[in-house]
Design a protein around this ligand. Structure first.
Ligand code: GRF
Length: 232
């Protein structure tokens, strides 16, 4: 069976890209292949990560739509993963790869999402708001900013002594898990199913705390622990 070819788009360190490459390499995302890594910026560590795995990688200027579309064609791409790609995809690309593009956002969308909500600013806003939980959301990319249907969320409790940096670190770890599950669903044609009934990953250690919070979560999607995650 031919593999499900993924293009991973980045702009920075690429830890989410690494999580996807690792999951593909160790078989957690079967029948998939990271065919190409495309960065919007020169000299980012994500390009080195691709090089280390002998994965074709390149920089394409974010305005160069023609080259981006051509490259996606060249590598026969079936699905696109935005892994810290800090620019809005051109509409031509979004339209052509409808429901085949996944983004990872460091908050529980629709909260703390949209224009201006990226990087550490998201976590600063979460702390300033006083919400007890935050997390990460893997969602379908549509024509808006962070407005596409959520597929999988991962919940992270905000701790008393959290700084934006400490929160960002814990959320990033959950992003990796959430993104891997969403890319697996994409490769296994389960996106429509998740769009109808998203999933929510919670941390076993925090199970009691989260289930107190679960009433709100239930509306967000089916609550699963890491244990359930293995059998998704
Ligand atoms: C992640 O926090 C992601 O949610 C956001 O940008 C960051 C990228 O981090 N869109 P990395 O490059 O994957 O380490």
């Amino acid at each position: 069976m031919s593999s499900f070819n993924l293009a991973v788009l980045i702009s920075g360190s690429g830890s989410n890209q690494q999580a996807v490459m690792d999951a593909v390499a160790d078989g957690r995302i079967p029948n998939a292949k990271v065919a190409v890594v495309i960065s919007s910026r020169e000299g980012v560590y994500g390009l080195e990560r691709a090089e280390n795995r002998d994965i074709p990688n390149m920089v394409i200027d974010r305005h160069d739509i023609a080259t981006l579309l051509e490259t996606l064609e060249t590598y026969d791409i079936n699905g696109i993963v935005l892994a810290g790609y800090l620019t809005v995809l051109p509409q031509d690309v979004v339209d052509k790869y409808d429901k085949k593009i996944i983004n990872i956002h460091p908050a529980l969308l629709p909260m703390f999402g949209g224009k201006g909500f990226y990087g550490i600013r998201v976590h600063k806003a979460v702390l300033a708001s006083g919400v007890p939980y935050t997390g990460a959301t893997a969602h379908i990319v549509d024509r808006g900013v962070d407005t596409g249907a959520a597929l999988i969320r991962g919940v992270v409790r905000v701790l008393e002594d959290d700084t934006a940096e400490s929160l960002q670190k814990r959320v990033l770890e959950v992003e990796h898990r959430v993104l891997v599950q969403a890319v697996k669903a994409l490769a296994e044609s389960r996106v429509e199913e998740l769009m109808k009934k998203p999933m929510v990953l919670v941390d076993d250690k925090d199970k009691k705390g989260v289930f107190e919070f679960a009433q709100g979560l239930i509306e967000l999607g089916k609550v699963l622990t890491a244990e359930d995650e293995k059998s998704i």
